[in-house]
Design a protein around this ligand. Structure first.
Ligand SMILES: N[C@@H](CCC(=O)N[C@@H](CS)C(=O)NCC(=O)O)C(=O)O
Length: 215
């Protein structure tokens, strides 16, 4: 039985995107109210998450932050449809992709995003940062063999973080004057072609693009 769920989030955030994709994939209804107190620094928001970061999920009386913890909670609390494989190996592999995203690729995209935001995209100071992104994408390209999703025929939590991040790889590499195209990451591009057909991914990606365009 579903309780009332709210998600505090930013529409352009790759961390928030993975949670929304998991919620949509599970068919859960949820609200996306404005941040309490109007910002991540407000006392009201800090009472929900002392780190002052989105996403934060409120499920009934239960409040939890950190995107990966939230999606694992959703998997435990609302197991159908499953977003993790059943085998120990499959679950570990899914978590590998999640951690690779959250510890390496995601933070790098954030660094490049804020440089773009500050008008410093493509400047010499950010050459090492774009080099690092290109290296991370190459590692990912080597690590995957989409069939059509990262772990095979089932869309899993492994796929969820990469949907919006793929858009950022393309957008930020171009903004930093080192464009990565389908030719540079053919397996990732093939994965994205399949993943972006899913209504959950389309919905989140459309909202992200609208937010980036100021819509
Ligand atoms: N490790 C955290 C990262 C969360 C994070 O960095 N959230 C950003 C949006 S992408 C945020 O809310 N920043 C607002 C702030 O720092 O004030 C997670 O996966 O949830």
């Amino acid at each position: 039985m579903q309780q009332s769920i709210s998600l505090y989030q930013f529409p352009y955030s790759h961390n928030c995107a993975k949670v929304k994709i998991a919620l949509y994939e599970k068919g859960l209804e949820f609200a996306m109210p404005p941040l309490p107190g109007g910002s991540t620094r407000s006392p009201e928001f800090l009472a929900l998450n002392p780190l002052g970061k989105t996403p934060v999920l409120v499920d009934g009386a239960f409040v939890i932050g950190e995107s990966e913890v939230i999606v694992e909670y959703l998997e435990d609390r609302y197991p159908q449809p499953p977003l993790l494989p059943t085998t120990a190996e499959g679950r570990a592999r899914s978590r590998w992709f999640s951690r690779y995203h959250d510890l390496y690729l995601g933070p790098q995209l954030s660094t490049l995003f804020f440089a773009l935001h500050d008008g410093r995209a493509g400047t010499p100071a950010f050459e090492p940062e774009i080099d690092k992104l290109i290296e991370q994408v190459a590692i990912l390209e080597q690590a995957i063999d989409p069939q059509p999703y990262l772990l095979g025929e089932q869309f899993t939590l492994a796929d969820a973080p990469y949907a919006v991040s793929y858009h950022y790889i393309v957008m930020l590499s171009a903004a930093h004057k080192r464009p990565l195209t389908d030719k540079d990451m053919p397996k990732l591009a093939r994965w994205f072609a399949a993943a972006s057909q899913r209504p959950s991914v389309q919905r989140v990606l459309d909202a992200c693009k609208a937010a980036l365009a100021g819509g």
